[in-house]
Design a protein around this ligand. Structure first.
Ligand code: NDP
Ligand code: MG
Length: 381
């Protein structure tokens, strides 16, 4: 039995993790959950899974829930609540599926407490990958990828010697606007941006896919997870999302991982690694039915956010923190319909240009730069 502390239980990855727990009650149990503001769903999760520890975002929601349940469930809130769930002694693994750099501090605390981490929350690795990976090495805990591309790479690398690895090829579906020109991007709506062709995901990552920032964040995520320089990490446009990524070795052999698009597969692999479990409800891949797979070179002029991410990753220091924080703030503004789609990348570019990079930042420097960048984007709005 594996006890899971699930951060972000009410989100897209969170609820798919709950489906897996439901499908394998003999293998997985919930030790703790955290949620943001979706209290109605928290009630449903409590009724079905009885987690002993529940963290929510606000004090008010915490007090409301405390009043409704008996004292054998502990309710906590805010950042401290996230940390309590992350270090909870009954948890064997922490699945971090919160959105945004709010996931960083609980991740560092979980590592400090010796927990293995299954990480969906890519913003944490983008904003402070050096802190996370150094701490994980020191504490000898595993950082297991949940993101489908990184899970694919991780699966392709099993049994391989990393010194034979020459390149990672991360595939990208292209998001909602893959067939539009830059000129056409000026007129797109929020509704169109939220309509992803292949995946049903939370709204922030769906917008990140439309701007291609998601792939940029994933390049930085791959750099940290697999310890490879940026010139050995490439992105390939692949509309069908069947090949989830590929690795190339020195002898020119390439290994890929394939499957129908279903996030439960990489989530489950991160939870069972190095074992596998059957997943009868997953749709089997039928290549004969699909017939053709397509690949295109990634155009860095068309996808400015991908270009910015490579820049930020290569420059390092606090620049990836700025990239991530500016993106989070800009995407929020777009979701609130305060700015047009094309303005997202302009705000990120301005924030990066104005930033004076701090080398090898510690946690407090990261946090300060994250806050400053969000403030800057708000003033630019
Ligand atoms: P969602 O927006 O669907 O869910 C986010 C979760 O985080 C929810 O439980 C939400 O709570 C909670 N949350 C949001 N803000 C806060 C906050 N300030 N404090 C505490 N909790 C908060 O996101 P996704 O599940 O789509 O994505 C989660 C992570 O996984 C992201 O980093 C994303 O990039 C990554 N990922 C997602 C994939 C997908 O298919 N969805 C694929 C690969 C990676 P509530 O809803 O209750 O407010
Ligand atoms: Mg991905």
């Amino acid at each position: 039995m594996k006890y899971i502390s699930l951060l972000g239980a009410t989100g897209s990855i969170g609820t798919q993790t709950l489906e897996l727990i439901r499908e394998h009650p003999e293998k997985f149990q919930l030790a703790a959950i955290t949620a943001g503001r979706n209290i109605e769903l928290v009630r449903e999760i409590i009724t079905e899974f009885h987690p002993p520890l529940v963290a929510v975002q606000t004090k008010e929601d915490c007090e409301t829930l405390q009043g409704e349940y008996s004292s054998d469930i502990k309710f906590v809130y805010g950042e401290q609540g996230l940390v309590e769930a992350a270090v909870y002694d009954k948890a064997d693994v922490v699945l971090n599926a919160v959105i945004g750099s709010v996931g960083l501090y609980p991740t560092l605390q979980a590592i400090e407490a010796g927990k293995n981490i299954a990480i969906a929350n890519k913003e944490t690795l983008v904003t402070a990958g050096h802190l996370v990976m150094t701490a994980a090495k020191e504490k000898k805990v595993d950082i297991l990828p949940v993101d489908s591309e990184h899970s694919a790479i991780f699966q392709c690398l099993q049994g391989e010697d990393m010194k034979n690895l020459s390149r990672l090829l991360i595939t990208a579906s292209g998001g909602s606007f893959r067939d539009l020109s830059r000129e056409e991007l000026k007129f797109v709506t929020l509704e169109q941006a939220l309509n992803h062709p292949n995946w049903s995901m939370g709204s922030k990552i769906t917008i990140d896919s439309a701007t291609m920032m998601n792939k940029g964040l994933e390049v930085i995520e791959a750099h940290w997870l697999f310890d490879l320089p940026y010139d050995q990490i490439d992105v390939l446009l692949h509309r069908e999302s069947i090949i989830h990524s590929l690795v190339e070795f020195h002898d020119s052999s390439v290994i890929a991982q394939l499957g129908t698009p279903d996030m439960r597969v990489p989530i489950q692999y991160a939870l069972t690694y190095p074992e596998r479990l059957p997943l009868p409800s997953a749709k089997r891949l039928n290549l004969a039915e699909i017939g053709e797979l397509h690949f295109e070179k990634m155009d860095m002029d068309r996808y400015r956010c991908l270009y910015f991410a490579y820049e930020a990753g290569r420059r390092g220091g606090t620049l990836p923190t700025v990239l991530n924080a500016a993106n989070e703030a800009a995407v929020n503004a777009f979701l609130e319909q305060k700015i047009p789609f094309i303005r997202i990348e302009e705000l990120i570019e301005t924030a990066m240009e104005r930033h004076h990079v701090i080398e090898n930042p510690d946690f407090s420097a990261i946090r300060e730069v994250d806050r400053e960048t969000r403030r800057l984007v708000h003033t630019l709005l």
